[in-house]
Write a protein that binds this ligand. Structure first.
Ligand SMILES: [Zn+2]
Length: 154
């Protein structure tokens, strides 16, 4: 075992580890999970660390909290290769890959200034998510604007 070499941030006792995040996007992952300035969660994060699988990757660990699948799957919008480890008493009790949701609300901001989701109406942004040439893309449910590089709109 050469795990120690790859152990960039310390193990957690209980909680959620999000591994294999697209390098440089850990901060957006926190945003998608609703972890904001002044949040109380114990979070550790590593950016652009070595990965045998990806070259470089980001990692996010949230201690003492099991984040729900629906929340975690939203990460696939920007980090489709992310893997989730749920940890209990230092052991992995569940491991899975994220998969993009069909629809997301209030996460992606429509870049079309004339879109009704950008008006003063109390309307949540809503995008349909699809895979195209193995990339995750999105279409605005209101104006039909098609987006690639979703990280630019979160
Ligand atoms: Zn729109």
């Amino acid at each position: 075992m050469n795990d120690v070499k790859h152990l960039v941030i310390s193990k957690i006792k209980d909680g959620t580890v999000i591994d294999h995040i697209t390098p440089g996007l850990a901060i957006l992952v926190l945003k998608i999970l609703g972890i904001k300035p002044k949040s109380s969660e114990a979070v550790s994060m590593a950016m652009n660390v070595e990965s045998a699988k990806m070259g470089k990757k980001d990692i996010v660990k949230v201690e003492g909290k099991y984040i729900g699948d629906q929340e975690l799957n939203k990460i696939a919008l920007i980090a489709p290769e992310a893997t989730i480890n749920l940890i209990q008493n230092y052991e992995i009790i569940r491991k899975f890959n994220v998969k993009p949701p069909e629809v997301v609300e209030n996460i992606i901001k429509c870049p079309n200034p004339n879109c009704i989701s950008n008006s003063n109406e109390p309307i949540k942004s809503r995008f349909r998510i699809f895979l195209d040439e193995s990339r995750v893309k999105a279409v605005c449910d209101y104006c039909g604007r098609k987006l690639i590089n979703l990280e630019d709109y979160i």
